[in-house]
Design a protein. Sequence first.
Length: 270
Amino acid sequence: PIRRLTVPAIAARKGGDPIVMLTAYTARMAQIFDRHCDMLLVGDSLGQVIYGLDTTVHVTLEMMCAHGAAVVRGSYHAVVVVDLPFGSYEASPQQAFETAARVMKETGAAAVKLEGGAVMAETITFLSQRGIPVVAHIGLTPQAVNALGGYGARGRSEAEYEKILGDARAVDAAGAFAMVVEGVVEPLGRAITAAVKCPTIGIGASPACDGQVLVAEDMLGLFERTPRFVRRFDDLAARINDAAAQYAAAVRDRSFPDADQLYAIKPAVK
Ligand code: KIV
Ligand code: NA
C-alpha cells in the first residue's frame, strides 16, 4: 500500500514540483482526486457548494467534522486539510487548540487551515508547537466578507499590498507549514512566494506560487457564476442536466428499466 504523504513532505516542496490541491467534501470525490492531488482541502466553501448557504460564516464545526471524516476515509495518498469554521478559533489560541484537536480526532486529518494573517500568528505557533500542523490562509479571506465588504481582489493599494505581505511573513515565522494565498494581485502572490520559507498555494494569486488550489465544483463547471480565477476544466452542470433529462424521458416512455436492469427468476443453483 502507498503510504500517505506527510506534512513535512509538503513543507519540503518549497520551490520544487508544484503542489496540486483540490477541495473535496465527500468520500467518492476524495477517492477520485486522491490519485492526482498532493493535498485535499475540506474547505468551508462546502457551505455554499453543499449546503446552499450564502457565505462561509454560517458553516458549523459539525459540518466540517462530518465531511472531513468522509474525505479521510475516501483517500489514502493525499494530505487532508480541514478548514476551521468561522467562530471556532479566533477568540484565543486555547479555543483554536480545542477546536483543531477535535477536528483531528474526529476526522483523522493531518492538518487544519485557518484564515488570518499577523493577528493569527500567536495561534499558529500555539497549535504548531502542540502537534497540530497549520495551513494559513491570507489575502482574500472569505470568512471576513462582512468586514471586507465583498470578494474583490486584495492588494491593489500600496498600503494593502504591504499589509498582506506582512501577514505572509508573520504566519510563515509563526510556523505555518504552508499558506493559501487567495485573491491577490499577481505581483503580490509572486512577492509573497519569494518572501516566505513555506510553500504558497495560490488561488487567484500567481503561477509563481508553490502550488495551486481550486474549489473542485468550480473547476468542474457545476456553477454558472465563478470568480475570475477559476478555469473550467469541464462543464458538468450541462452534462448532469443532460443525464437527468434522459433519465426523465426514459421513465416517462417506459424504456427504463429494461431487461438489463431487471431480476429474472432463476432456478436455484446448488
Ligand atoms: O474553503 C475553501 O474551499 C478554501 C479554498 C478556496 C482555498 O478555503
Ligand atoms: Na475556506
